[in-house]
Unconditional design. Structure first.
Length: 112
């Protein structure tokens, strides 16, 4: 299954969850919007941070989501790779494996 297909599956799962717990889901969306708003850090910087945390926590669905968000925010492959290097530093061997997935997801999304 491609990363694009995995992302579509994740979105379908989230749609079902939103219907099951609409208030909780709306609260999370509100939190996400507030945390993503430009401030001292840009959306681009915040998405790189979110991707690094996703790698460190080994959440493949989060990695795919934030790899796409990084691409939409204008993150270059070089910027992404550097952020992944920091994620690897902070998470060791498992981070190395998930950073590879993050780079592959970004490359697939960027290729369109």
């Amino acid at each position: 299954m491609s990363y694009t297909e995995k992302f579509a599956e994740t979105r379908n799962n989230l749609r079902a969850l939103r219907k099951a717990v609409p208030d909780t889901f709306a609260g999370f969306v509100s939190l996400e919007k507030a945390a993503s708003a430009d401030g001292a850090l840009s959306l681009k910087q915040k998405e790189l941070i979110a991707l690094g945390i996703s790698v460190a926590l080994r959440c493949e669905d989060c990695i795919i989501s934030h790899a796409g968000a990084c691409h939409r925010a204008g993150v270059t492959r070089e910027e992404l790779a550097e952020a992944l290097g920091t994620a690897i530093q902070m998470s060791g061997g498992p981070g190395l494996m998930y950073a590879g997935k993050a780079l592959a997801a970004y490359d697939e999304i960027a290729a369109g």
